[in-house]
Write a protein that binds this ligand. Structure first.
Ligand code: PXG
Length: 464
């Protein structure tokens, strides 16, 4: 973008950037041929909860970037902390008996947010790397405990744990598996606790389905033999899978099953961590304590890439006393990421943003969002903290879906952008996860734009 002359008019900027983008830039999770035909939206600035594009259009970012920009865009305080750190110590590694102030303090700050039993943090640069670290640490833990047969992992269908070979394998996304011969060996997937999409169709109440879905874990561990299972990993709320908020009965039962069978419980807090569900961690909202916690995203609110893994004392002590753990990344504990994270957590604490999600903007948006239930296209709305979804249905009475080829979700997403709102479509589930600094007025505007979008979507579907 910097190569574009500053005198360019918005339209020539758009054209110039699109042209080089098409020629040289391979985008993640994109149908490149379709993207190149349509051309990308060129985002040029962001402030608070809004993004601006090269055409001057302003949209409310209902997705906090990719679920990560918790404190909102354009925080000078974070930019200054990063700049100062880079000027003082642009890089040092945290291998080979060295550390630096920002990484040590950032680990301390994260440990202070975790339960008493979890005190140590390993740094990565992404959620995928965090899950890779957790996987290798869990296997190494069982080796050190003299139980090397405990190698298997269990996760859920439609769970998301990243896009590396391991992340995609742990994840339960069938299209990702199909593309590169995944999952790798030693991973099995159980069904998800998706009441609207699955449990409801079995005629169960949500709470009954929560226990039923959790008991699938017991059955799978018993089928494999607990002596072969290292860990179960799950997102407290599945984000990329469509904001699947589990019934209240689900997680306590999962924790019980893992404890009874000596299986490590890993909470993938990449989306839920740092306040998204109204508690510091998703596991606190859903009533369980994991052995290992993976994190990223809101850890730095996306200002600098960062991820991490926190280990309970039993796992951390075993690893610490087990000789060298042959694992680490060049950027583990990078000074800039640590400085961004510290400044980000300082803002969250000072502005009481997690409390705000729990007691103020969370309940406000939840109430406004739930009013969309009366729209003929909406089969269900749900939200916890500031992470929510609505289900688009063809028939409000029977809750029947549109045929897949209608692509109602994609249509709705594209119309939303025209109406000044970014929402994510996961199939026909529309998802939002706005920044924690969303004002009441902007929450109301977000919901008003969602309603207009649903109206537009309904009109378009009628003419389809
Ligand atoms: N775990 C969870 C729960 C995630 O949501 C990852 C791990 C991987 O993190 P990295 O930093 O390696 O991307 C994620 C990432 C989407 C979307 O469209 C979601 C994610 C990433 C990209 C897109 O919903 N989640």
């Amino acid at each position: 973008m910097t190569a574009t002359p500053s005198s360019a008019t918005p339209n020539s900027l758009t054209a110039a950037i699109r042209e080089v983008d098409v020629r040289h830039h391979v985008h993640p999770f994109s149908d490149m041929a379709a993207l190149n035909r349509a051309g990308s939206r060129v985002v040029t600035g962001a402030s608070g909860v809004r993004l601006t594009d090269s055409e001057g259009a302003e949209v409310i970012d209902g997705m906090s970037g990719l679920w990560n920009v918790a404190v909102g865009y354009g925080r000078r305080e974070i930019a200054d902390a990063v700049a100062e750190t880079l000027a003082t110590l642009s890089y040092t590694n945290t291998f080979f008996q060295s550390t630096h102030p920002a990484a040590a303090r950032f680990a301390e700050a994260i440990a202070a947010l975790l339960p008493d039993s979890i005190n140590r943090v390993f740094f990565t640069s992404s959620g995928s790397e965090a899950n890779d670290t957790a996987f290798r640490a869990a296997r190494t833990y069982w080796d050190l405990k003299g139980r090397p047969a405990k190698k298997r992992f269990i996760s859920r269908r439609n769970g998301y744990h990243g896009s590396t070979v391991l992340g995609a394998s742990l994840g339960g996304m069938a299209p990702m598996h199909a593309q590169s011969g995944l999952p790798i060996e030693g991973i099995s997937h159980i069904d998800q606790p998706y009441w609207f999409g699955e449990g409801r169709l079995l005629g169960m109440t949500a709470d009954e389905y929560g226990l039923f879905a959790a008991d699938r874990l017991a059955a799978e561990i018993d089928r494999l033999g607990a002596d072969t299972v290292a860990a179960f990993i799950g997102e407290p709320v599945q984000g990329a899978g469509g904001v699947i908020i589990p019934p209240a009965t689900y997680w306590p039962r999962i924790a019980e099953i893992c404890a009874e069978r000596d299986v490590l419980l890993i909470a993938d807090e990449v989306i839920c961590g740092f306040g998204r569900t109204g508690s510091q961690w998703g596991f606190q909202t859903f009533g369980f304590t994991p052995d290992i916690v993976t994190m990223a995203k809101a850890m730095t609110s996306g200002y600098i890439p960062c991820g991490g893994v926190a280990f309970c004392d039993e796992v951390a002590d075993t690893l610490a006393n087990g000789g060298e753990f042959f694992h680490g990344f060049t950027a583990s504990g990078h000074p800039a990421a640590s400085a961004a994270g510290l400044a980000n957590l300082a803002i969250m604490a000072r502005e009481k943003l997690v409390e705000r999600v729990a007691d103020d903007i969370g309940p406000h948006l939840q109430a406004a969002w739930s009013t969309l239930t009366d729209h003929p296209l909406v089969g269900e709305t749900r939200m916890v903290g500031l992470i929510g979804a609505l289900e688009i249905v063809a028939d409000e009475a029977t809750l029947e879906r549109f045929p897949a080829e209608v692509n109602a979700g994609t249509l709705c997403r594209d119309l939303a952008v025209k109406n000044g709102l970014i929402m994510r479509a996961v199939g026909d589930t529309m998802v939002i996860a706005p920044p924690f600094v969303l004002s009441h007025a902007d929450a109301d505007l977000l919901v008003a734009r969602a309603r207009t979008t649903l109206d537009d979507c309904q009109a378009a579907l009628r003419h389809a």
